[in-house]
Design a protein around this ligand. Structure first.
Ligand SMILES: [Zn+2]
Length: 214
């Protein structure tokens, strides 16, 4: 997964899942799973740097443990609140030991660094933009928190959903009202699992003895 050449080149596998999703959802999805295990794309400062670049947040040099702690804190808060609003009970999907009240306080602390500002629009009129203090990656995280506050309050048909795919721990914003899975792959796995369950229960039918006397 990673290799180091004389301490300089570090190649990291940090998938950026579903780049068309809002930035807050992409940060939530830095916790992801495959058949082997649940993975964390923000497990080190180097991972954070690589993820930020892949996710289009720019190249940020000189990141440290503080940046990593902030990014992880925001990610965990977003996932905790996402679990609440989506009624998500999947194993591994909720940040352990983080109450929704504590998560809300974390999110609001990030959002408090953003303030609306009205500017002249390019073709007359006015446009509302957001000012944020901080610089570099911290500024990006403040804006992701703002994005998260919007995503978490979305209503149907474009609301936030927890993926129903077997073993999946991802979230997504619906682009059509009946979407239940983050990807076609998860949809296929869910259909296969359902088919397997059905065929098993029909195989087991006679063994229950129900109606066997007639
Ligand atoms: Zn999925």
């Amino acid at each position: 997964m990673s290799s180091t050449t004389e301490g300089t080149a570090v190649e990291l596998q940090v998938p950026v899942l579903y780049p068309t999703q809002p930035a807050a959802v992409r940060l939530m999805n830095t916790i992801w799973a495959d058949r082997a295990a649940v993975h964390d794309s923000l497990e080190s400062v180097a991972h954070l740097q690589a993820w930020a670049e892949e996710a289009g947040l720019g190249r940020h040099q000189g990141l440290g443990e503080h940046d990593l702690a902030r990014a992880r804190a925001l990610r965990d808060a977003l996932r905790r609140l996402a679990a609440e609003v989506t009624g998500d009970s999947r194993p591994h999907s909720v940040s352990e030991g983080l109450s929704s009240e504590a998560a809300l306080a974390v999110l609001n602390e990030f959002v408090s660094h953003c303030a609306p500002v009205l500017r002249h629009g390019p073709q007359g009129g006015y446009v509302r933009e957001w000012l944020t203090d901080g610089s570099g990656l911290q500024r990006e995280l403040n804006l992701i928190a703002l994005d998260g506050s919007e995503v978490l309050t979305r209503q149907a048909p474009h609301e936030l959903k927890a993926c129903g795919g077997p073993g999946c721990v991802l979230y997504f914003v619906r682009d059509h009202p009946r979407r239940e899975w983050c990807s076609a792959g998860c949809g296929n796995r869910a259909r296969v699992a359902r088919h397997y369950r059905r065929s098993r229960s029909s195989d087991e039918g006679p063994a229950t003895g129900r109606g066997a006397d007639h």
